[in-house]
Design a protein around this ligand. Structure first.
Ligand code: GDP
Length: 608
């Protein structure tokens, strides 16, 4: 393309592309001037990239560079102003609980923010239909859209006020995010079908919301159905500890029909009422922090994430770190796909410009410099790779020590049993244990196998899981192992109660079992100066490991039981030697080897 050089063009590349130096932020008009093209052409290019911008809109370097490059220029970034001297970087805010962050803000900086709502309840009770119905009736239509897909959250409007709805219903997603350290929901709407009543997942949802200390509003759905029985459901709710206002309790219950779009206004009003009681506030006048609620790889745009701003305001061109990912906000879209430059607290926005796709529940924070965002992200990735857990978990063995240290006053338990009938005696006995210093509190109980949702709840609440005559699902077990959540399984009530009782009194001894790793036969005995005698052996079975324990067995009798002190192949120290190889073994405090002795390597494994 042959163009008249604009004022930013100062040299050419070998291929004849004109080099243009573009600053960090630039308006569409300025970019057009730099390139020496008409602003309309720039706007057209932006539209082709999915960005709706007017002539005075500011775009960041990354966006401008794409436009310039598409128009045949060679973009270069103008050297940023020198970084101010920074002392030790401040501790990342995302590692501090949100409640404390709000509390640290100066009261005059705080402004009301919309409530963030998650819809929960039993399957088929109408969660999705309700979310759709609210979106259809209470979202103000917008004309321009830069992206068309749903972004995982939306905002409804009622009486000129906004309410943010998380678009993934269910307590599983809610608790999975909490397990990652995120706290996004202010109010839970519990959907209960009036024709079906309180079901197992209704109870589960109630426990999960309670464990998170999130206020609940009941949406009594499907009131249009012939067999709807509102009174019956209210009674059932009272039985599980949710007494509605009409029955003298404090829980707000709104009859609705998601299908007929009835009662939705009342529901939204009640959400605003509960929000007012909670005095939801945040400081919009500072760099943003919040949580990623969805992430995906867009084929043409690259990593795309929906983030919920929880404090501060997020702006285009902000550098941020999300979990162990960093990036710079290249473009930002609201829930209607409209490009926006700024997102205030409780606003969900889809952002482009991250280096990778974050996970739901990863918290994000804006950093003053890209470099700091990058290093923090790298540090976190390394910590994750090293298998470091985010929260120290509690096990039954440790409960007494933790109590002594004044760290816990309650042992939180998730109890799963085979049938309802067996849960009750277990619960009653457990709740009688302990004293005023340390008690058992059952945060969730239910029938059926131990699931991932149970493990997430345990992570989020620092609870242990006790299974009575049930199995842990394989995915739940591997997740528990990875996250260090303790699952204890019992088949006899008295053993279960005895163990927990002992744990509360600090009497529980962990049970270990020997697991044989391998066997070797002594073929020769060597004397090594300074070291003493070592056995030259042939490994017959399994493997011998340097850090294992070992027994020396002669004629069926165990002569020694201790620790391997050295393991060598020829003169090299090695970590392990497999069957079929020879090696030298030195033992800690034993030298009287004889040819024909068996050395058995084993490790101790916790079984209880
Ligand atoms: P979810 O599993 O809780 O998300 O439930 P859905 O929203 O998928 O709804 C399950 C079924 O109940 C669907 O067939 C809906 O059409 C139906 N449904 C949802 N709300 C209502 C309602 O208010 N009245 C009636 N009659 N049916 C409803």
């Amino acid at each position: 393309m042959n163009r008249i050089a604009g004022k930013g063009v100062n040299m050419e590349t070998k291929e004849g592309r004109k080099v243009v130096t573009i600053p960090d932020l630039i308006t569409v008009r300025q970019l057009a001037e730099l390139l020496g093209v008409s602003p309309i052409e720039v706007i057209k290019e932006l539209i082709a990239d999915g960005i709706m911008a007017n002539i005075n809109q500011t775009i960041d370097y990354d966006t401008a560079a794409v436009v310039a490059s598409d128009m045949g220029f060679e973009p270069r970034e103008e050297a940023p102003p020198p970084l101010p001297e920074v002392e030790a970087p401040p501790a990342p805010l995302t590692e501090v609980p949100l409640r404390e962050i709000y509390a640290q803000e100066a009261p005059e900086d705080l402004e009301p923010r919309p409530p963030v709502v998650t819809v929960m309840g039993h399957v088929d009770h109408g969660k999705t239909t309700l979310l759709d119905a609210i979106r259809e009736t209470n979202v103000v239509a917008s004309e321009v859209g830069g992206i068309t897909q749903h972004i995982g959250a939306y905002q409804a409007e009622k009486k000129g006020r906004k309410i943010t709805f998380i678009d993934t219903p269910g307590h599983e997603a809610f608790t999975a995010m909490r397990a990652r350290g995120a706290q996004v929901t202010d109010i839970a709407v519990l959907v209960v079908a009036a024709d079906d009543g309180v079901m197992p997942q209704t109870k589960e949802a109630i426990d999960h919301a309670r464990a998170a200390r999130v206020p609940m509003i009941v949406a009594l759905n499907k009131i249009d159905k012939k067999d709807a029985d509102q009174e019956r459901v209210k009674r059932q709710l009272a039985e599980v500890g949710l007494t509605v206002e009409e029955h003298g309790g404090e829980v707000i219950c709104v009859p609705v029909s998601a299908k007929e779009k009835e009662g939705l206004d009342a529901l939204l009003e009640m959400i605003l009422l509960v929000a007012d009681l909670s005095e939801l506030r945040a400081n919009p006048h500072r760099p943003a922090m919040g949580t990623a609620i969805e992430g995906k790889l867009d084929r043409s745009r690259g990593p795309m994430a929906t983030v919920l701003v929880q404090n501060g305001s997020l702006k285009v061109a902000d550098n941020l770190v999300v979990g162990s990912i960093y990036g710079r906000v290249r473009a930002m879209f609201d829930y209607q796909g409209k490009p926006v430059k700024k997102a205030t607290p409780s606003t969900p926005v889809a952002i482009l410009g991250l280096s990778d796709v974050p996970r739901a529940g990863d918290t994000f924070e804006v950093m003053p410099h890209e470099k700091r965002a990058k290093t923090l992200a790298q540090e976190r990735a390394e910590r994750e790779a090293a298998g470091e857990r985010r929260l120290p978990r509690l096990s039954l063995d440790e409960i007494y020590d933790q109590m002594q240290a004044g760290k816990v006053k309650e042992l939180l338990v998730i109890l799963k049993g085979d049938v309802q009938g067996s849960l009750e005696p277990v619960r009653n006995s457990l709740e009688r244990l302990g004293d005023e210093n340390l008690r058992v509190r059952i945060i969730h109980e239910g029938t059926g196998n131990i699931t991932e949702s149970d493990v997430n709840l345990a992570i989020a609440s620092e609870a242990i899981i006790i299974g009575f005559n049930v199995q842990a699902e394989p995915t739940a077990r591997s997740m528990a192992e990875m996250e260090g959540v303790e699952i204890r399984q019992y088949e006899v009530i008295y053993k279960l109660i005895e163990d927990v009782d002992k744990a509360l009194q600090g009497l529980l001894e962990p049970v270990y079992e020997d697991v044989v790793l391998g066997q070797a036969e002594v073929r020769a005995v060597f004397h090594i100066s300074r070291r003493g005698k070592v056995a030259g052996v042939y490994v017959e079975e399994g493997e011998i490991r340097r850090n294992a324990q070992a027994k020396v067995i002669r004629d069926g009798e165990v002569l020694y039981d201790g620790q391997i002190a050295s393991l060598k192949r020829f003169t090299e120290d090695v970590k392990e030697v497999a069957a079929g190889f020879e090696c030298g073994i030195g033992l800690d405090g034993f030298e009287d080897f004889e040819e024909g002795d068996i050395i058995e390597a084993y490790k101790k494994e916790r079984v209880g």
